[in-house]
Design a protein around this ligand. Structure first.
Ligand code: NAG
Ligand code: NAG
Ligand code: NAG
Ligand code: NAG
Ligand code: NAG
Ligand code: NAG
Ligand code: NAG
Ligand code: NAG
Ligand code: CU
Length: 571
């Protein structure tokens, strides 16, 4: 008995020694992010935008797998803020994840907080962004994770690497835009431009001279790290006359495949190789909306220029020759989106969780809240005098306001959330058919779903036709998941289960669930904490398209959350 315990102790010592040895391989990067209002001129007008260190987009973080990041945020803006490190697993370090009122209270004006986390087993392109109101419209940047020192990419070493951040710009204060929508219940104003690395590009007024130029040379192969940082719009992405070879998405390598167009939902990243195989000239890099909902949208096109260094034009006469423009898919070209998303595979066979412990089915979609009679009509400017809503399994998510869900979960504080989020839709109906109006109004709630440490989870994400079908980019914090299948119509367990790819499905952190269709994801709940799962269209999270997984600690230190940091902001 005593000897078993002795050996267990010895093993624990050995394991922790091993762990510190592994960690010792990484470097620690210290950064200071000052959140501050900065004049930013776009579309002929200057706005006092909230930025990090006065930069828009914010600084690019470049690290290696195994490194540790220590980032001190100082809030000198007039808004509450938090920062989320999108796609970082945050193993045991949920306090550094960032969504406000989920893993922490916001950093108030004048306050500060230091995020500390280690990159464990992740390589590729991720990004960081504000996770408070709509601040991420201007508070975002790339987070590039290269292989460990001495290790290389599983593809041809690129000559150059360029991050391509797709963004969305309002000719207004984005916080005013969301506040107006919240007040009136109507859809928020559409953006006025999309951007590439912060610039709208040639097709917009007052933008030509700042159009981003991406260099290339004949014969070289470069890596573009494309990130959709737009608030509310899935985007098509294309480069005139060039093929793109996808090698990675959401910081997981993929089996390489070649395409001439990408589609990224907000939150998604896609790394592509591009070869300079055209006559040296200038080619437009362009992005515009993929619009699956029947609703108005920003139909403008953002551009940058892929410029061969040996192009026969000097900087003076370059402007005279128009770059070649690619033909982008139609706004509603769902067939192209489907063909693209079905091309993704893991590079080799992977261990997909089987013997599922938690078989979950979540409907996702919009709704409308009826207004009480005589309710101030200025607050009910949604369709036919309603207010827009959104939900998962008919629960429209409401954030707490006095403490974070993670603190309440850890410290067992009652009254903040309930752990009764439904495993299945409370009412079964023809999700993608003509849905009866009696089903359109969801119920507000702060509900989580509890998971035992190590449970194997499958979730069917089912879009509904309530108000409008739409392609929703569903993002899970703290995890990557396998996308084992997707399809249109209602998920049918009898026939659709047979189509699951349990051999080499792609691993991602954000799945673009087909409009009026479904996607099935699987993961093992091996990271304790409170993890938000939500639509990455900010307008939908504003309306409640979110829920939280509450994952218990397992056994021993390595399966237990770290204690909260001393400087964790309080409400
Ligand atoms: C939204 O658009 C309307 C109509 O163009 C405009 O009157 C309003 O000021 C805009 N709201 C914001 C917050 O910019
Ligand atoms: C660009 O400016 C012109 C002239 O002021 C105006 O007519 C046009 O509407 C503007 N275009 C956009 C996209 O704002
Ligand atoms: C974009 O929408 C505007 C207004 O609805 C319309 O006039 C214009 O033709 C559209 N542009 C494109 C490229 O579809
Ligand atoms: C896409 O929109 C065009 C008109 O803009 C329409 O003719 C076409 O039927 C639509 N396609 C689909 C698949 O909805
Ligand atoms: C608004 O009411 C009209 C007339 O009753 C109806 O045709 C339309 O579908 C309604 N729209 C929504 C979004 O409920
Ligand atoms: C949907 O159902 C409603 C009520 O049952 C009916 O009035 C309407 O015509 C139907 N719409 C379609 C497109 O079938
Ligand atoms: C959601 O719950 C409300 C309140 O119980 C109900 O009226 C509505 O029909 C439900 N809708 C769905 C899709 O379950
Ligand atoms: C900022 O956060 C605090 C909690 O820390 C909250 O009480 C306050 O309402 C928030 N302010 C805004 C404008 O959301
Ligand atoms: Cu959505």
């Amino acid at each position: 008995m005593a000897s078993t315990r002795f050996f267990a102790l010895l093993w624990l010592l050995f394991a922790s020694a091993l762990l510190s040895l592994v960690n010792a391989g990484g470097k620690t990067h210290h950064h200071d992010f000052v959140i501050q209002a900065t004049p930013v001129k776009r579309l002929c007008k200057t706005h006092n935008s909230i930025t990090v260190n006065g930069q828009f987009p914010g600084p690019t973080l470049e690290v290696n797998n195994g490194d540790t990041l220590v980032i001190k945020i100082t809030n000198k803006a007039r808004y509450n803020v938090t920062i989320h490190w999108h796609g970082i697993r945050q193993l045991r370090s949920g306090w550094a994840d960032g969504p406000e009122f989920v893993t922490q209270c916001p950093i108030r004006p004048g306050g500060s907080y230091t995020y500390r986390f280690t990159i464990e087993g992740q390589e590729g392109t991720l990004w960081w962004h504000a996770h408070s109101s709509w601040l991420r419209a201007t508070v975002y940047g790339a987070l590039i994770i290269r292989p460990r020192e001495g290790e290389s990419y599983p593809f041809q070493k690129p000559k150059r690497e360029t991050p391509i951040l797709l963004g969305e710009w309002w000719d207004a204060n984005p916080i005013d835009v969301v506040r107006q929508a919240t007040r009136t219940g109507a859809a928020p104003n559409n953006s006025n431009a999309f951007t590439i690395n912060g610039q709208p590009g040639d097709l917009y007024n007052c933008s030509s001279k700042d159009t981003v130029v991406v260099p290339i040379e004949v014969g070289e192969t470069n890596l573009l790290r494309v990130i959709n940082a737009a608030l509310n719009q899935p985007l098509f992405f294309k480069i005139a006359n060039h093929k793109l070879t996808v090698v990675s998405a959401d910081a997981s390598y993929t089996k390489p495949f070649t395409t001439d167009v990408l589609m990224l939902g907000p939150g998604q990243t896609t790394d592509v190789l591009i070869t300079g195989d055209q006559p040296p000239a200038r080619f437009y890099i362009a992005a515009r909306a993929y619009q699956s909902a029947s609703a108005s949208f920003d139909n403008t096109t953002t551009t940058a220029i892929l410029q061969y260094k040996s192009a026969p034009c000097s900087s003076t006469n370059c402007a005279a020759t128009k770059p070649v423009m690619p033909q982008l898919p139609a706004f509603n070209d769902t067939a192209t989106v489907t063909a693209f998303s079905r091309s993704f595979r893991s590079p080799r066979p992977v261990e997909v969780p089987t013997d599922i412990d938690e078989n979950l089915f979540f409907t996702i979609g919009l709704g409308l809240n009826r207004c009480p009679t005589k309710f101030n009509s200025r607050r009910c400017q949604g369709p036919n005098g309603t207010r827009f809503a959104s939900s998962m399994n008919n629960v429209s998510f409401v954030l707490p306001s006095t403490i974070s869900i993670l603190q309440a979960f850890q410290q067992r504080i009652p009254g903040v959330f309930t752990a009764d989020f439904p495993a299945n839709p409370p009412v079964k109906f023809d999700y993608t058919g003509n849905v009866s109006r009696s089903l359109w109004q969801p119920v507000p709630g702060t509900k989580g779903y509890r998971l035992k440490y190590g449970s194997r989870v499958q979730i069917v994400l089912q879009d509904t036709n309530i108000v409008t079908p739409e392609n929703h980019p569903i993002h899970l914090h703290g995890y990557d998941f396998y996308i084992v299948a997707e399809g249109f119509g209602n998920f049918n367990p009898k026939t659709d289960t047979k189509k699951f790819n349990l051999v080499d499905p792609p691993l991602r952190n954000t799945v673009a669930v087909p409009a009026n269709g479904w996607a099935v994801i699987r993961f093992v709940a091996d990271n304790p904490g409170a993890w938000l799962m939500h639509c990455h269209l900010d307008v939908h999270i504003t309306w409640g398209l979110a829920m939280v997984f509450l994952v218990d600690n397992g056994v021993g230190e390595l399966q237990t959350m770290q204690p909260p940091p001393e400087d964790l902001p309080l409400c």
